[in-house]
Structure formats: structure tokens, C-alpha cells
Design a protein around this ligand. Structure first.
Ligand SMILES: *[C@@H]1O[C@H](CO)[C@@H](O)[C@H](O)[C@H]1NC(C)=O
Ligand SMILES: *[C@@H]1O[C@H](CO)[C@@H](O)[C@H](O)[C@H]1NC(C)=O
Length: 162
């Protein structure tokens, strides 16, 4: 898993951040984690770039602190950064959620304040509500955006819990 993540990140970081015109189809699907009954797959929905993401030791019983790895080239300054998340199951909306990640007065992560063009690589814990994921298949849409509402990253993910 570690080797995979590093390879993916390297590939993400060295591949051109713009695919050029021609709209060459969708980004490949990546596996963020696969472990004891839980599988998380994601695909970048930002036409301009892909990014690397993985979850360490994922499990159906989501721990309050999980370690993630995340690598991307910034398309925008991230003085402020927000996350929008929409969760769907069987085609109907279950939950919408919006969360500030970087705020000027409250930068929660070391990468807050980085500039457009810089590469960020984060490996560390994120807090989340510790819950047990009910069995099923879920679709998740994630978007990271700045205070100017410019997209930094966008992904759609599938979570399969068996
Ligand atoms: C992302 O969305 C596309 C288009 O709706 C879909 O074909 C693809 O399976 C989705 N990928 C994941 C990992 O959920
Ligand atoms: C979430 O947002 C979408 C689009 O804005 C909306 O259609 C949906 O009803 C919302 N779902 C919930 C559970 O509030």
C-alpha cells in the first residue's frame, strides 16, 4: 500500500497538471483503501488534474482519528480552503456536509496558506465522527475550494461496505 501510494503521488506530481485540449476522457479510478470489508475508490472530477489520496488502515468502524495521505499541485492559493461533501446511497441524497479546512484565523493544517503552483503532500491524522459504516454501497462527491469559490480538487468516490 505504501509503495503504491508513493508511486501514485510521484506520478501525480510529475504528470503535467494540464492534460491539454481534446478532453481525453476521465481520470483513472484509484483505490484509497481496501481492508476487511471496506473498499474506497475515487476518481478525480477536476478536468485539469488528478491527485493522490489514501487512507491508512481503513475499517468499517471508522475511528475518530484516521491517518490519510494526500498529494496535489495547487491550482489556487489556499489562504482559505473548504470541503463540501455529498453522500448518496442508491441514488438518493443522504447527507450534505461542509467543513472549513483552512481559515485565516484558524489554519488547522500545515499546508494552509500555500500558494498556487506549489505541491502539497500531507500525511497525518484527520478527525471525523467515529461511526460504524452501515453495510451498503455509497457514492460520495467531494470538492475542495477556496474563499473565491475556485476549485482546488474534486473527486467522486464509491464506498463499498460489505
Ligand atoms: C465517478 O463518476 C463517474 C461518472 O458518473 C462514474 O462512471 C465513476 O464510476 C465514478 N467513480 C467512482 C470511483 O465512484
Ligand atoms: C444535498 O444537496 C443537494 C444539492 O444541493 C440536494 O438536492 C439534496 O436534497 C441535499 N440533501 C440533503 C440530505 O439535504
Amino acid at each position: 500500500m505504501k509503495g503504491f501510494t508513493v508511486a501514485l503521488l510521484l506520478w501525480t506530481l510529475i504528470s503535467p497538471s494540464c492534460r491539454g485540449g481534446g478532453g481525453g476522457g476521465a481520470w483513472p479510478t484509484h483505490m484509497a483503501c481496501s481492508d476487511s470489508g471496506l473498499e474506497v475508490l475515487y476518481q478525480s472530477c477536476d478536468p485539469l488534474q488528478d491527485f493522490g489520496f489514501s487512507i491508512e488502515k481503513c475499517s468499517k468502524e471508522l475511528k475518530p482519528k484516521v491517518n490519510i495521505r494526500f498529494g496535489i499541485i495547487l491550482r489556487e492559493d489556499i489562504k482559505e480552503l473548504f470541503l463540501d461533501l455529498a453522500l448518496m446511497a442508491k441514488g438518493s441524497s443522504v447527507l450534505n456536509f461542509s467543513y472549513p479546512i483552512c481559515e485565516e484565523a484558524l489554519p488547522k493544517f500545515s499546508f494552509c496558506g500555500r500558494r498556487k503552483g506549489e505541491q502539497i503532500y500531507y500525511a497525518g491524522p484527520v478527525n471525523n465522527p467515529g461511526i460504524e459504516i452501515p453495510q451498503g454501497e455509497y457514492q460520495v462527491l467531494l470538492e475542495l475550494y477556496t474563499e473565491k469559490r475556485s476549485t482546488v480538487a474534486c473527486a467522486n468516490a464509491t464506498i463499498i461496505c460489505s
